[in-house]
Ligand binder design. Structure first.
Ligand SMILES: NC(=O)c1ccc[n+]([C@@H]2O[C@H](COP(=O)([O-])OP(=O)(O)OC[C@H]3O[C@@H](n4cnc5c(N)ncnc54)[C@H](O)[C@@H]3O)[C@@H](O)[C@H]2O)c1
Length: 229
């Protein structure tokens, strides 16, 4: 399978590419290959692909709409249009459901973004869903937690996604014949409110509890603070 990975120079891609290289004919692309907010560029970069792992985007939860519009809205629309019926794996985020402060969060939790960045990810999920419904495409949206080799802070323990689980998740998302799904991108973290139940056979094995002793900072990765009422 020929797989284009966008955002290939980024943090998430660097953790997942080694596993993908062993299974697929891989084409990693990043800004140096062209800006995906240009529809012609998106069309050119994915033309020969069988599937796309779309990781490119503005990954900053503090970003403004001015900063998000081109990379997280226009580029997503361009990727979907260019992909047609090809499988697209999208990097969504826990920020798409960041308003949920208690109770279980799972793949059926409706989008409830905690910030503009989270809203841009909710848009990507909805755009991918409508693309599948309207045009017969195929998309898996991964609500990624903290994708780091070790949990970066105490408030990331419940939604950490370890590198081995991230690799398994992306492979399952590429290979499972499900037309559309939203899948929590979370490891099997002890005590987490995140359900990892999913329809693509992702079965996480890493647990942030095993790294807790390495975590020195209390905060830094939680979904955004809610607005004062
Ligand atoms: N890092 C995490 O823990 C995390 C968590 C949840 C979701 N995500 C999502 O995963 C994806 C990857 O995150 P990351 O941490 O690797 O981000 P990153 O900033 O490290 O990498 C993103 C890459 O996308 C490229 N890019 C940005 N705009 C582009 C454009 N218009 N055209 C082409 N390339 C463009 C950048 O050059 C960069 O190399 C993002 O969509 C992010 O929102 C990341």
């Amino acid at each position: 399978m020929r797989v284009v990975v966008t955002g290939a120079a980024g943090n998430v891609a660097q953790q997942v590419l080694p596993a993908l290289e062993q299974r697929y004919e891989l084409r990693p692309v990043d800004l140096a290959d062209g800006d995906l907010s240009d529809a012609a560029v998106a069309g050119r970069l994915v033309a020969d692909a069988d599937a796309i792992v779309h990781l490119a985007g503005n990954a900053q939860p503090s970003a403004s709409w001015d900063e998000l519009f081109a990379p997280n809205i226009v580029a997503v629309a361009n990727i979907l249009a260019a992909a047609r019926k090809k499988r697209v794996v999208f990097a969504s985020s826990v920020h798409a459901v960041g308003q949920y402060r208690e109770g279980i969060v799972d793949s059926h939790s409706p989008a409830a973004p905690c910030c503009s960045y989270g809203a841009s990810k909710a848009y990507a999920e909805a755009a991918a869903n409508s693309h599948c419904y309207q045009f017969g495409g195929s998309a898996i949206c991964l609500r990624l937690g903290a994708c780091t080799p070790e949990p970066p802070a105490l408030d990331a323990l419940e939604h950490w996604l370890g590198p081995e689980d991230l690799q398994q998740l992306v492979i399952r998302a590429l290979e499972t014949p499900v037309r559309f799904a939203i899948v929590p991108g979370i490891s099997a973290n002890t005590g987490s409110r995140w359900s990892t139940a999913n329809p693509i056979g992702y079965s996480p094995t890493q647990d942030s509890a095993n790294h807790r002793h390495l975590v020195e900072t209390a905060t830094g990765w939680a979904t955004c603070e809610g607005a004062a009422v």
